[in-house]
Write a protein that binds this ligand. Structure first.
Ligand code: ATP
Length: 250
């Protein structure tokens, strides 16, 4: 377990009049996987989007409180740099309609790396870290849209890693994938957490149990319980957590 990487203080979020996140306080640890769990509509994705200020793009959103990364208020960052530091992988793989190589090289180029051999190195390193290199090394020039869904999702992970983030946000990254691809991504998480702070939204309780170190149970915009995953799963303090974990609702 690492030190506190993200500190969320007294955070509320409103979509117009709808109070979607209620007084969230949470320390998220470096070099570990934190799972956000809870029934549909409880605010997990909204919370994830707070961490890289993606909610700023949605009209009529109001956020108060403070979120710090390594002690610094995220509102004080340049938003482009914040999103480089805090990468995001979405539910549906969304590769760019260009070659596998270009998908990975795109971000580093935008951030100023022009040298071809440096880019080659970044592409190889990122694809290796995302456990995709061996499958694609002979067809880096092929269009990424020709990859399988599971390969596309690992490509999206590689693309995120390529700009050297510190934090990886994953919003149900395996829910559109078959079981074999899901296992590959779960295996990958073990390695990713050695380098990054990983935060994952998942509806799959087995998955949360297998891959996360910490779990936060959300309900109606509140965090009901947040602790080591073992504790949340085997000795929850709150009856509502227990009911959710054991499948009584949600
Ligand atoms: N752009 C938006 N505008 C208005 N309300 C929104 C918006 N996005 C989400 N909401 C509302 O905020 C609440 C929380 O939604 P959110 O998507 O964060 O939940 P979730 O826990 O991620 O759900 P799911 O598990 O179904 O993805 C819901 O009531 C939802 O309808």
């Amino acid at each position: 377990m690492g030190s506190v990487k993200i500190r969320v203080k007294d955070t509320n979020l409103y979509y117009g009049n709808h109070h979607a996140l209620k007084n969230i306080n949470m320390d998220i640890y470096d070099k570990s996987v934190t799972a956000l769990i809870g029934p549909s509509g409880c605010g997990k994705s909204t919370f994830l989007r707070c961490l890289n200020r993606m909610n700023d793009l949605i009209p009529n959103v109001r956020i108060d409180g403070e979120i710090q990364i390594a002690g610094n208020d995220i509102n004080k960052y340049d938003v482009i740099l914040l999103r480089k530091k805090v990468g995001m992988v979405f539910q549906k793989p969304n590769p760019f309609p260009m070659s596998i190589y270009e998908n990975i090289a795109y971000g580093p180029r935008i951030h100023g790396t022009k040298n071809r051999s440096k880019l080659d190195n970044i592409v190889e390193k990122s694809l290796r870290e995302a456990a995709l290199w061996d499958e694609v090394k002979d067809r880096l020039k092929s269009n990424a849209m020709g990859l399988s869904g599971g390969q596309q999702q690992r490509l999206c992970i590689a693309r995120t890693i390529a700009v050297e983030p510190e934090i990886l946000l994953m919003d149900e990254p395996t829910s559109a994938l078959d079981p074999a691809s899901t296992m590959k991504i779960e295996d990958l998480m073990e390695n990713l957490k050695k380098q990054y702070t990983v935060i994952i939204v998942t509806h799959n309780m087995q998955q949360a149990g297998r891959i996360s170190d910490y779990a936060a149970f959300f309900l109606n915009g509140e965090i009901i319980e947040y602790d080591k995953t073992e504790k949340i799963f085997y000795k929850p303090m709150d009856k509502r957590t227990e009911d959710y974990i054991t499948g009584r609702f949600g």
